[in-house]
Design a protein around this ligand. Structure first.
Ligand code: ATR
Length: 290
C-alpha cells in the first residue's frame, strides 16, 4: 500500500474480493462528485485483518468498506463504533479519522432504500445469520415487520441473532427455523418475502448452488437475493421459473456504497437519481462482460 497523500484513498477489505463491484462503483462516485481519490480492493487473509486495519489507520487512508467474511470479526480491531454499528453488531464501512478507526453500518440503510414496497405487518424469512443478515434484520424490524424467521446452517448463530435483537425490537416476533426442509417450507408458505443473506450462490464461492430448493418457493413470494454477482443467482433463476417477484443486491450495493462515501467525505453530497441510474447501467454492463 503506497499512499500518495494528494489523493484520497479508499479500500475494500474482504475475502474473496475479486467478484466485487465496489471498486468500479466507488470510482464512478468519486469521479461524479469530483473527489480526487482512488478506491481499491484488498484481498485480506483472516490472520492479517488486525495488521491491515492498523496499516490503513496509520497510512493515510480515508475510508474502507468491509465485506465477507469480516463484517463482525473486524469489530474488535476498531476504536469507535457508530450507534447503528453497535445496534446491528456488524460493520461494513470504516472511517479513519484522527488516528482512529471508526466502524459504521450502511447495509441496513442500503437494504431499506432498495425496497420499493412496504413490509410493515409482514412476515419475512431470512436466510443467513452473518454480518449482512444482521443489517437486514435490523432494517426489517425498523420497517415494522410482524415476524422474521431466521434459517442458518449454523443454528446457534441464528439463535444468537434472536438473543441480540429480540430485546431491541420487542414488537417483532423473531424465531429460528430448525435445519429441516419441512419446517423451512412451512415457514415460507405464509411469508411475504424471503431474503438470501448467505454467501450461497456468490461468484467465486458457490455459484451453482441455491440456498433452498425450488419446491419451497411459491408464486406470491418475493425473492430477494442480496448477491449481485452473478446478477442471476441460482436462487433468482428458481424464483423466475416459479413466477415470483425477485430482485438481486445491486440496488442495495449502490445505496450502501453512496452512504459509505457520505460518511467518508461529509454529509453534503447531493443525492442524484441520475447518478444511481448511471451506476446501475455501468455495473450491469460490467457484470455482463465478466
Ligand atoms: P457476511 O458478512 O456477508 O454476512 P458472514 O458473516 O461470513 O458474511 O456470513 C455468511 C453467511 O453465509 C452465514 O450465514 C453462513 O452460514 P454459517 O453461519 O453457518 O457459516 C452462510 N454460508 C456461507 N457458506 C455457506 C454454505 N456453503 N452453506 C450454507 N450457508 C453458508
Amino acid at each position: 500500500m503506497n499512499h500518495d497523500h494528494s489523493i484520497k484513498k479508499f479500500y475494500l477489505i474482504g475475502n474473496p474480493v475479486k467478484h466485487s463491484l465496489s471498486p468500479v462503483m466507488q470510482n464512478i462516485f468519486l469521479n461524479y462528485y469530483e473527489i480526487q481519490g482512488k478506491y481499491e480492493a484488498l484481498l485480506v487473509e483472516p490472520s492479517d485483518l488486525a495488521g491491515v486495519v492498523k496499516q490503513l489507520k496509520q497510512g493515510g487512508a480515508l475510508g474502507a468498506n468491509i465485506t465477507v467474511p469480516f463484517k463482525e470479526s473486524i469489530i474488535p480491531h476498531l476504536d469507535v463504533l457508530s450507534d447503528d454499528a453497535r445496534l446491528i453488531g456488524s460493520v461494513n464501512a470504516l472511517r479513519f479519522h484522527d488516528g482512529l478507526a471508526e466502524g459504521f453500518n450502511t447495509d441496513a440503510f442500503g437494504f431499506q432504500k432498495s425496497l420499493s414496497f412496504p413490509i410493515a405487518g409482514d412476515k419475512i424469512v431470512l436466510l443467513g445469520a452473518g454480518g449482512a443478515a444482521r443489517g437486514i434484520l435490523t432494517a426489517c424490524c425498523s420497517l415494522g415487520c410482524h415476524e422474521v424467521a431466521i434459517y442458518n446452517r449454523t443454528i446457534h448463530r441464528a439463535r444468537k441473532l434472536i438473543d441480540d435483537f429480540q430485546g431491541k425490537f420487542p414488537h417483532v416476533h423473531l424465531k429460528t427455523i430448525q435445519l429441516n426442509d419441512e419446517r423451512l417450507a412451512m415457514e415460507i408458505l405464509d411469508a411475504k418475502m424471503i431474503v438470501n443473506a448467505t454467501s450461497v450462490g456468490m461468484k467465486s464461492h458457490s455459484e451453482d448452488s441455491s440456498p433452498l430448493k425450488a419446491e419451497f418457493l411459491h408464486k406470491d413470494l418475493i425473492v430477494y437475493d442480496i448477491i449481485y454477482n452473478p446478477p442471476e443467482t441460482k436462487l433468482i433463476q428458481l424464483a423466475k421459473a416459479k413466477g415470483c417477484c425477485y430482485m438481486n443486491g445491486l440496488t442495495m450495493l449502490i445505496h450502501q456504497g453512496l452512504e459509505s462515501l457520505k460518511i467518508w467525505i461529509g454529509d453534503d453530497l447531493p443525492f442524484a437519481e441520475s447518478l444511481i441510474r448511471q451506476v446501475e447501467k455501468t455495473l450491469n454492463e460490467e457484470l455482463l462482460s465478466q
